[in-house]
Design a protein around this ligand. Structure first.
Ligand SMILES: C[S@@+](CC[C@H](N)C(=O)[O-])C[C@H]1O[C@@H](n2cnc3c(N)ncnc32)[C@H](O)[C@@H]1O
Ligand SMILES: [Zn+2]
Length: 398
């Protein structure tokens, strides 16, 4: 290969074609290998998650990157992941596989990786490749990850972790409901907290695949950007875990008239009218109705960030810290602008709302899902009372 340009991400060197390094919108014709520098935040978070998981497991991890592009993700896991013993790296595109080899060589890692040129599903199902199972599989495709979920679950070791990116946020968020039904067997809903609904639909889909295989799941970490959503789940073997997981699958009921929302468990009778205002309740699901973060894992991510080579990256720090602060918060979040428009008042600041709710004796935290969003255990009526109080106190007296 000639005419390659060197770039760096995290602690690794990457050799790529000039075309692959152009901004995404200017890449015509399409480069022969895929690299998206804008997804480096996604990989930074993944590096931290691998480090946390590795410390929990005592190292010696075997990780799998079945849709690897130029291999940057797993090369970073090998260099920055702490305790990653071996990576299985694969791509269906033969050109990508050449770049994976070049970049492994450029980082002196050829001995620590097995490289394949297979369909990801075949790779994950091959016993001679997965051996006694992977500790972590990172599914990072173009668009929907749905076709890769079951093979990825089958390839995991007992207690293994599955990380999944989904870039088909338009279908998961309710813009294309029919596509969401087709891919995830779930009805989306365009509420003001639609990114969280998208995460819950993806987790619900993974959960149903788990129960089918007599496995359960525990979400460890979830996040979103405007381009994608991302989840990390721990798998647990056995029917007891599978049954517990089944209890965390259900429906979301949302009232567009008064902003009321609630979850119902699968099998429970679903109310059709809002208990608050009597309007029609809309439905989304089936989806995941349990926690979408594990508090301990999120706090360990913060500690890992603070002690890692990534600690100067403030965007990453803000993301991880906000997620840790919302991880113990209540399910679903509210958007200040929506509440203010419902009350027909001008929106107060987020800090004023958080302070007010805490003063009223409730928990309240910001959410990384939306800069104007917050989570609280206060009932809707109390939230509205709090907001009215703030705006009244801000009004000039005549
Ligand atoms: C979004 S890119 C991967 C980016 C990479 N994970 C990273 O972090 O830079 C998706 C990759 O999946 C590959 N791909 C598409 N379908 C595949 C399949 N069925 N099996 C394996 N690889 C596939 C594409 O060639 C492409 O390189
Ligand atoms: Zn209502």
């Amino acid at each position: 290969m000639s005419n390659l340009i060197e770039t760096r991400e995290g602690l690794v060197r990457l050799l790529l074609t000039p075309q692959a390094l152009k901004p995404l919108a200017e890449r015509k014709p399409k480069p022969c290998v895929f690299y998206n520098p804008e997804a480096s935040l996604n990989r930074d978070v993944a590096v931290l998650a691998v480090r946390v998981f590795s410390r929990r497991k005592g190292g010696d991890l075997r990780v799998c990157d079945p849709l690897a592009g130029c291999g940057v993700r797993s090369i970073r896991f090998l260099v920055e992941g702490v305790g990653v013993k071996e990576a299985v790296i694969n791509d269906l595109n033969p050109n990508a596989v050449e770049f994976i080899r070049v970049n492994l060589e450029a980082n002196g890692l050829s001995e620590k990786a097995m490289v394949f040129n297979l369909d990801a599903r075949e790779l994950l199902l091959r016993r001679d490749i997965r051996q006694d199972g992977f500790d972590l599989v990172d599914v990072d495709p173009f668009g929907s990850p749905a076709p890769f979920i079951q093979p990825a679950l089958l390839s995991l070791k007992r207690g293994g972790v599955l990380a999944v990116t989904s870039t088909d946020t338009a279908s998961l968020s309710g813009r294309y409901p029919r596509t969401c039904l087709r891919r995830y067997w779930s009805k989306p809903l365009k509420t003001e907290y639609y990114p969280e609904v998208a995460v819950r639909i993806l987790l619900g889909f993974i959960a149903r695949n788990c129960t089918m295989l007599n496995r359960g799941l525990k979400p460890l970490f979830s996040h979103r950007t405007t381009q994608y959503i991302r989840v990390y789940i721990e798998t647990i073997r056995g029917t007891i875990a599978a049954d517990k997981t089944l209890d965390k699958i259900g429906y979301l009921n949302h009232c567009f008239n008064c902003l009321y929302r609630r979850f119902t468990v699968l099998g429970e009778e679903i109310a059709s009218s809002c208990p608050n205002c009597g309007s029609r309740l809309e439905l989304a699901g089936p989806l995941w109705i349990g926690e979408i973060f594990d508090v301990e894992f999120c706090n360990q991510m913060v500690a890992e960030y603070e002690n890692s080579h990534l600690t100067d990256d403030r965007e990453l720090g803000r993301l991880i810290e906000t997620i840790a602060s919302e991880s113990s918060g209540d399910v679903t979040y509210y958007i200040i602008d929506e509440l203010a428009s419902f009350l027909k008042v001008s929106p107060p600041s987020k800090n004023a709302v958080l302070e007010k709710l805490r003063e009223m004796g409730y928990n309240a935290s910001p959410t990384h899902f939306n800069g104007k969003g917050f989570r609280t255990n206060a009932p809707l009526k109390e939230i509205l009372n709090g907001l009215s109080d703030i705006t009244r106190s801000l009004k000039p007296t005549l």
